[in-house]
Write a protein that binds this ligand. Structure first.
Ligand code: PLP
Length: 386
C-alpha cells in the first residue's frame, strides 16, 4: 500500500497490526513449532497456541476449550454448517439470503447432498425478521445460520432475538461474526448462540487463521480429518505463528473497544454526509439505525461499479464495488437483490470500509476525490456512446 493511498477497504482485509507482527516475529524464525511434539520445542509452541486460544476466547467471553482454530472465516462457516448437519447430512437448514458465500455455498452443497434448505428473506434495509424465522422452522430443522453484520452493506441483524426463537424450538444457531468482530461486543451474542465464526485478518491479525466457537457439549462432525489435534474437531498441525498473531489482534480489539468504534462511526457519517451532498442521486444502503460503524455502502444509478473502483485506484483511493469479489470477477450483488434494490441502482455500488487507523484527513481526501471520479466515469460512459 502506497503511503499516499487512502485505504477504505477494511471489510476485505485490514493491514497487519504492529502488535500482531511483533508477537509473531519470534515464531517466524527457524524454530520448530509443532504444538503436538513432546519435546521442549513442542511444549513452548503448545503454550503459545493455548495462550492465543485464551486471547480469542476473551474477545468472545467464552471458555478457551470451546475455541477451534481453523484456516479462516470460510472454513469456520463450512465447519459450522457441515458439522451441525451431521454425517451423512440430513434434516432442514435455514440460512439468511444475505449471508456471505462462505455460508451460502456450503448450504447449496448440503442441499445437493439431500438437506432441505430454506433462505430467510430480508427487508429493504437487509434485516431478517423474527416472524419469518418462526414461519420457516420445522420439526426437522437442525440449524439456523444468520450473520451478525453484513459484509457489503453493514446491516446488523437482531441475532440475540433470532437465536432465542431458534432455542425455543430446540434448534442450533450459528452466527457468522466475521465482520462484526472488530466493532461489536460479541460477548452477548456468544451468550445467545451455539456456534460463532470469526476471522483473524479482519481484526488486524494475519490471514490464514480464524476460529469457530462451539458451545460446550455440542457434537460437531469434523470437516478436516486426519489428526487428533484440537480434541479431534479439526485435524492438522496448529499454525503457531498465525495463532499468536490472531491472539494479539484479539487483545488489541478488546483494548480499543467501543471508543474506537464511536470515533470511526463519526468519520463514516462525515463521509456519507459529504458524498450524498456532492452526488445528489447517490443512495446509502443498509440499515441507517443498525449498521457497522465502519461501513458505508453507496449506490450510483446507471454506473459500472468496477470502472469506478479502477478509476479510484488510479486516484489513490482503495475501495471495492460491493463485496471484494472472488478473484476480481464482478458479480451482481445477491445482497442488494435480496433487499429489493432496483436493478438500475445495483450496477454501481461502492463499499467504503474504514479501519482503526483511518484518519479525518483520509475521509476528507476521499470525499474530495470520489465525486470527481463518479463524474469522470459517467462522462466516459456517455462518450463511449457517441
Ligand atoms: N464471512 C463474512 C461475513 C466475510 O465478510 C468473510 C470475508 O470477507 C468471510 C466470512 C470469509 O472469511 P475469510 O476471508 O477469513 O475466509
Amino acid at each position: 500500500m502506497s503511503a499516499t493511498t487512502v485505504f477504505l477497504d477494511h471489510n476485505a482485509t485490514s493491514p497487519l497490526a504492529p502488535e500482531a507482527a511483533e508477537a509473531m516475529a519470534p515464531w517466524l524464525g527457524p524454530v520448530p513449532a509443532n504444538a503436538s511434539s513432546v519435546h521442549l520445542h513442542g511444549q513452548r509452541a503448545r503454550a503459545a497456541v493455548e495462550e492465543a486460544r485464551r486471547q480469542v476466547a476473551e474477545l468472545l467471553g467464552a471458555d478457551p476449550h470451546e475455541v477451534i482454530f481453523t484456516s479462516g472465516g470460510t472454513e469456520s462457516d463450512n465447519l459450522a454448517l457441515w458439522g451441525a448437519m451431521g454425517w451423512p447430512p440430513r434434516g432442514h437448514l435455514v440460512v439468511s439470503a444475505v449471508e456471505h458465500p462462505a455460508v451460502l455455498e456450503p448450504a447449496a452443497a448440503l442441499e445437493a447432498a439431500g438437506v432441505a434448505v430454506s433462505r430467510l428473506p430480508v427487508d429493504r434495509h437487509g434485516r431478517v425478521s423474527l416472524e419469518d424465522l418462526r414461519d420457516l422452522l420445522r420439526a426437522d430443522t437442525r440449524l439456523v445460520s444468520v450473520m451478525a453484520a453484513n459484509n457489503e452493506v453493514g446491516t446488523v441483524q437482531p441475532v440475540q432475538e433470532l437465536a432465542a426463537v431458534a432455542r425455543e424450538a430446540s434448534v442450533l444457531f450459528h452466527c457468522d461474526a466475521v465482520q462484526a468482530a472488530p466493532w461489536l461486543d460479541l460477548r452477548p451474542v456468544v451468550a445467545a448462540v451455539d456456534l460463532l465464526s470469526i476471522s483473524s485478518h479482519k481484526l488486524g491479525g494475519p490471514a490464514g487463521i480464524g476460529a469457530l466457537w462451539v458451545r460446550d457439549g455440542i457434537r460437531l462432525e469434523p470437516l478436516v480429518r486426519g489428526g487428533a489435534q484440537q480434541q479431534g474437531r479439526r485435524g492438522g498441525t496448529e499454525a503457531t505463528a498465525l495463532a499468536v498473531g490472531f491472539g494479539a489482534a484479539c487483545r488489541r480489539t478488546i483494548r480499543r473497544g467501543a471508543a474506537a468504534a464511536a470515533r470511526v462511526a463519526g468519520l463514516r457519517d462525515r463521509l456519507q454526509e459529504r458524498l450524498l451532498a456532492a452526488i445528489p442521486d447517490a443512495r446509502a444502503m443498509g440499515d441507517p439505525e443498525r449498521r457497522l460503524p465502519n461501513t458505508l455502502h453507496v449506490c450510483f444509478p446507471g454506473l459500472d461499479g468496477n470502472a469506478l473502483v479502477a478509476r479510484l485506484d488510479l486516484d489513490g483511493v482503495a475501495v471495492s464495488a460491493g463485496a471484494a469479489c472472488a478473484a476480481g470477477v464482478p458479480q451482481p450483488s445477491h445482497v442488494l437483490e435480496a433487499m429489493g434494490v432496483a436493478p438500475a441502482y445495483r450496477g454501481g455500488p461502492l463499499r467504503l470500509s474504514l479501519g482503526y487507523g483511518t484518519r479525518a484527513e483520509d475521509v476528507e481526501r476521499a470525499a474530495e476525490i470520489i465525486p470527481s471520479a463518479v463524474a469522470a466515469v459517467r462522462r466516459e460512459k456517455v462518450e463511449a456512446l457517441i
